[in-house]
Design a protein around this ligand. Structure first.
Ligand SMILES: [Zn+2]
Length: 254
């Protein structure tokens, strides 16, 4: 079985990031700290495609990073832990509902993946206990189901106020931060954003690019925070109240 893998590495960064498609539209990310060879997998909903890639490379797995407890992000935890003996890191608030978790983390904790460091951002909303992994030196944010390109995750457990606070936290990161979302929902999200802001030229340009990528079955991710700030109607809402209204419109539109 073949899995498309895309590499995103800039010469200055030590973290190699690759994308492993899973299920219908999930993305699992393989991180390799190039200095030490330390590996981590972000949100393995399914162990099979991860094992395939690791075996093909002759790699072992040192860490699993879980953003939240949903099965399509944690379903591969136990199988991967059994096979590789990896350490599972996730939100402390969700220790009771993340399979095989070893270490619970809280806001501002720093986790080392070899020489690469990631800071924990608590981003309640999609679930309570959701976290993002912010690799500041590498300008990479693994945001699970908090932020999608041109949308956000649904509010299964948190309030619009919770999610707005989380979006505000993400917006404060540097504009050149690359956002690694957990799902390929971009094209549909963008179609919705066009109903909210039909005259947004940046949005139209991004959608041209997105449609071309999808027509070739290529990922639309990662995306820069700068682009999201120009195109994501929910991130651009300006207030929790307005965010709630746009989120509701999207829920009805889906
Ligand atoms: Zn989820």
């Amino acid at each position: 079985m073949l899995y498309a893998i895309k590499q995103h590495k800039s010469p200055e960064t030590m973290l190699n990031i690759e994308l492993i498609p899973a299920f219908e539209d999930n993305y699992i990310y393989l991180l390799t700290d190039t200095e030490t060879g330390t590996t981590a997998i972000v949100d393995p909903g399914d162990a099979t495609p991860v094992q395939h890639v690791l075996d093909e490379r002759g790699l072992t797995l040192d860490y699993i990073l879980n953003t939240h407890h949903h099965g399509d992000h944690t379903g591969g935890n136990q199988a991967l832990k059994k096979r590789y003996g990896c350490t599972i890191i996730g939100p402390a608030a969700d220790k009771h509902r993340i399979p095989g978790i070893d270490h619970g983390t809280k806001e501002s904790d720093i986790v080392s993946i070899g020489d690469s460091k990631t800071k924990i951002l608590e981003t309640h909303g999609h679930t309570m206990g959701h976290i993002c992994f912010w690799f500041q030196d590498d300008r990479a944010l693994f945001c699970g189901d908090t932020l999608f390109s041109m949308s956000t995750g649904r509010l299964f457990e948190g309030t619009p106020e919770d999610m707005w606070a989380s979006l505000t936290k993400i917006s404060a990161l540097p504009d050149d931060t690359m956002i690694y979302c957990a799902h390929e929902y971009t094209e549909e999200n963008g179609e919705f954003c066009l109903t909210v802001e039909p005259n947004n030229e940046d949005l139209k340009a991004r959608m041209d690019e997105v449609r071309q990528l999808r027509a070739q079955d290529k990922p639309t991710l990662p995306v820069s925070l700068a682009t999201e700030k120009k195109t994501n109607a929910m991130l651009r809402a300006g207030s929790a109240t307005r965010y709630a209204a746009i989120r509701k419109m999207k829920d009805d539109w889906d």
